[in-house]
Design a protein around this ligand. Sequence first.
Ligand code: GTP
Ligand code: MG
Length: 370
Amino acid sequence: PETITVQELAARMSERGADVIKTLMRMGVMATINQVIDPDTAELVVTEMGHRPKRVAEGDVEIGLADTTDAEGTQIARPPVVTIMGHVDHGKTSLLDALRATDVAAHEAGGITQHIGAYQVTLPSGQKITFLDTPGHEAFTAMRARGAKVTDIVVLVVAGDDGVMPQTKEAIAHAKAAGVPIIVAINKMDKPGADASRVQNELLREEIQVEQLGGDVQSIEVSATKRMNLDKLEEAILLQAEVLELRANPDRLADGVVVEAKLDPGRGSVATVLVQRGTLKVGDVLVAGAVWGRVRRLVDDRGQAVESAGPAFPVEILGLAGTPQAGDEFHVVDSEARAREIADFRARRDRQAELARSAGGRGTLEEMMK
Ligand code: GTP
Ligand code: MG
């Protein structure tokens, strides 16, 4: 067939029709379930949804394997990805730094650390935890607004001497909206005025019921500056991760999310990505948002060049032709031509959306001038 309906497309990908419609909407295409869409659009939807499209003939798109639902047995346990959120000055940065210092691998490597927007800690047991080291709320909201789900667990930092504050509530709202489980870290417990049970009662009013009050939310008393109970917090994270049964297939072309990206004067475009599925390798061709490139170099969170990065590994990519945006998804594709085609389409789509927005803006202005 030359064309395909939304419903047929959804069925071939084993996705829900509503999700295909949502993806189309994100691309600026309004469609109903029975609507016929052209092959170019269909191909993009397929890629956007994390599947591999296959064009069997000009004008026809055949959907390959439902890549997002990797077969049983291909998936292995992966580290949890954690975001730390909380009110201003409650100790998010201090806690991230303190947790980072618990990394046994970093000590072996001489303790060289580098800020790439995410890092991974290896515990004495060998288990790993990935922390997103980006300004919590903004990064979280930016990524959520773009439909990316990166965080498995939110660690909610509440200062024991200050209690639940406006941004604590905001963080709770974000985590709940995203359906991400919360672990409470009551920080600054070294301070004389700190009172954990007061904080826990305040949290109850926000419908966060900690284990100490009969609920199922883990709550740990910590001190970031005194490095107190960091191991307990990490244990709590691993326990939560076990409940979530986080798994991914490392043996496929990689995809994931851009955590941070910048134009570095010396190195060109540098994007920190979190691999979510598959293994990203040097030499891979990928599309990230409206940008494409061939991976020239991969650098880990300790500044070491690496050959590859598997699920839940944060890594810097060098070699992109442009700078993607935080929250953009990336997909490894099988050719440069294909990568360029997708990136061009998205750039065009973004420009059109931008034009439509500014035209809309003028429209309302004209309305006001009437
Ligand atoms: P913003 O990024 O500005 O929102 O702040 P933050 O949440 O990252 O807090 P940050 O880590 O910058 O800590 C704020 C202040 O609290 C700093 O002066 C820290 O030294 C102090 N602080 C953080 N954790 C602790 C702690 O466990 N005990 C004590 N006594 N002070 C702490
Ligand atoms: Mg901070």
